[in-house]
Write a protein that binds this ligand. Structure first.
Ligand code: NKO
Length: 194
């Protein structure tokens, strides 16, 4: 399989909107409830912890599996990095949702675990810290994304991975533009009530 076909398959697989599909199993449409996002956070908010956790695992797998497998298949840092970026693009701009989609966080987490387990571990701890202190999922996600490329640069010393993480963090920022506006106007939904 050449790179173009692999990227196309990655895009199509990452496009599968698990949050939307699982909400449909409950006879609901996640796009019309809560924040309207298809991600694990909104599924947890609307349908509960078990459904949210399932979406987190499935959305992360869409990033992890193509990126991890690319490591063995291509053994080329540029190719692996392209797969990583395309997985997040598939989730955020889904072919099954008229190029709308999720906010990229869980899929980026899966990608990050595949690229650098050590970096993922540090970023997960940082995410939890920001989330527990602030109570905002969105704030934890955008700050973690911003830090990810700096941490992977120091941990892996790999310029391709660093650029991939940087581009992914730009996508995550763009997808959180409404959350950022709500955070700035102090109207963002606090996930943890305090
Ligand atoms: O509904 O707009 P909302 O409040 O739901 O949702 C905002 C939220 C959207 O994201 C999600 C997925 C939540 C996943 C939590 C996993 C935490 C692990 C931290 C990983 C950060 C990875 C960034 C890596 C960049 C390369 O934000």
């Amino acid at each position: 399989m050449d790179l173009a076909i692999y990227l196309l398959l990655t895009y199509i697989i990452a496009s599968i909107p698990f949050g939307l599909l699982i909400s449909k199993l409950f006879g609901r449409d996640i796009r019309k409830e809560g924040s309207g996002n298809i991600g694990a956070t909104n599924v947890t908010r609307v349908l509960g912890k078990k459904a949210g956790f399932l979406v987190l695992i499935l959305d992360a797998s869409k990033g992890f599996i193509p990126t991890y497998y690319a490591y063995y298949y291509f053994q080329d840092y540029l190719y692996i990095s392209l797969v990583a970026i395309i997985a997040v693009i598939g989730h955020c701009f889904s072919i099954f949702m008229k190029f709308k989609g999720g906010k990229g966080v869980a899929t980026a987490l899966g990608v990050l675990i595949a690229l650098s387990g050590k970096t993922a571990f540090i970023i997960i701890l940082f995410w939890l810290g920001v989330f527990l202190i602030s109570g905002y999922v969105s704030l934890a996600s955008i700050l973690s994304a911003s830090l990810s490329w700096v941490v992977i640069f120091y941990v892996e010393n790999n310029i391709y991975y660093t650029i991939a993480a940087f581009i992914i963090s730009l996508i995550i920022f763009y997808k959180h533009k409404d959350n950022i506006n709500r955070l700035l106007s102090d109207t963002e939904h606090r996930f943890l009530h305090k």
